[in-house]
Design a protein around this ligand. Structure first.
Ligand code: UFG
Length: 326
């Protein structure tokens, strides 16, 4: 059988493509290349260029490649941008998904894996977030992911598709330098960028009710994210009635101050000053996954720690941003 991976030329999608192909699965990638890059794909993986909103294109790709399962990674993912452009986010993330599900149902696709996010939880007031923790997204981005989960579950029930929504926590790292994150939207690359410019990395708020006053997150290596997809894909292939919603995290909290310290060490900028900036609007103090359910359901757990993430992300950063010569 063939899996269609939407967004397969992007940062996370290309890691999913790598894991599935190395796991012996046949894949085809659908990507509009708005942020993706064909160079991220392993040799021999077919790329169809276009949007999930293009029903005719999706129908053709499903038919021509005899697709039996879909991993839907393609989406807009910047929280701040989603506040400014909610209609764009709903169109891309919700209407796009709806179009894809309609095509999937009509083509008899029987497995559907959806990239969701810890953003569905909003500001969880618990030590470890379980899949039963109430969802209360704080941004249009988080709303589109929660609405997406509902669409996936309802379509799965009605059309006999095995489904899984995977809630990613804070993704970092890279399988190799070439597959590094090209964006500068998250803590790790934002700190790299400041350090490279000779400016102090910023810590947004140090007066949170956490052990060192800075926000705590559950960082997860993108290769672990990818291996969870392979495990979920196999489960959906074995269990036509599966309807899973699972956190993908490590179950371990790391503070912003700890991450910044580790980044200084790994990048060699050990003398760099660090600046405490005001809190960033909408940041929850602590978001850490319970990773129990995915362990129980898929026998999956994370292999990599934060040092692996920072070291591999740094290699990827240096490939894209060579050190200035002195
Ligand atoms: N931070 C800093 N300084 C920086 C950048 C970030 O202190 O220069 C802090 C943030 O305030 C936050 C933490 O680092 O406390 C992590 O910030 P990120 O922007 O890397 O990640 P978020 O936790 O805000 O959000 C991430 C993804 C979202 C996703 C969410 C799910 O970016 O897409 O995790 O939990 F929805």
């Amino acid at each position: 059988m063939t899996w269609m991976i939407t967004g397969g030329a992007g940062f996370i999608g290309s890691h999913v493509v790598k894991a599935l192909t190395e796991g012996g699965e046949r894949v085809v990638v659908l990507d509009d290349l708005s942020t993706g890059d064909p160079a991220r794909l392993p040799a021999g993986v077919p790329l169809e260029r276009g949007s999930v909103l293009d029903r005719g294109l999706v129908d053709r790709v499903l038919r021509e490649h005899d697709v039996r399962g879909i991993v839907h990674v393609a989406a807009k993912k910047q929280v701040g941008e989603s506040v400014e452009r909610p209609l764009h986010y709903y169109r891309e993330n919700v209407t796009g998904l709806q179009t894809l599900l309609e095509a999937a149902a009509d083509a008899g696709v029987s497995r559907f894996l959806f990239s969701s996010s810890a953003a569905v939880y909003g500001m969880p007031d618990v030590d470890l977030v379980t899949e039963r923790t109430p969802c209360a997204p704080m941004s249009p981005y988080g709303e589109t992911k929660l609405a997406g989960e509902w669409l996936v579950a309802a379509a799965g029930r009605a059309h006999g598709m095995a489904t899984a929504s995977l809630r990613y926590f804070n993704v970092a790292g890279a399988a190799n330098a070439e597959l590094g994150d090209p964006g500068v939207f998250n803590l790790v690359p934002m700190v790299f960028e400041r350090l490279d410019r000779g400016r102090p990395p910023l810590i947004f708020g140090d007066d949170y009710a956490t052990p060192d006053g800075t926000c705590v997150r559950d960082y997860i290596h993108v290769e672990d994210i990818a291996s969870a997809h392979l495990a979920a894909a196999r489960r959906l292939a074995d269990d036509p009635t599966a309807a899973l919603v699972l956190n993908i995290g490590r179950g371990e909290g790391v503070s912003v101050a700890e991450m910044v310290e580790l980044i200084r060490e790994v990048s060699g900028f050990t003398d760099a000053e660090v600046e405490v900036a005001p809190r960033r609007a909408g940041d929850p103090a602590r978001v850490v996954a319970s990773a129990e359910l995915i362990r129980k359901e898929l026998g999956w757990s994370a292999r990599y720690d934060v040092r692996d993430m920072v070291a591999s992300a740094w290699e990827g950063w240096r490939l894209r941003h060579p050190a200035p010569e002195h």
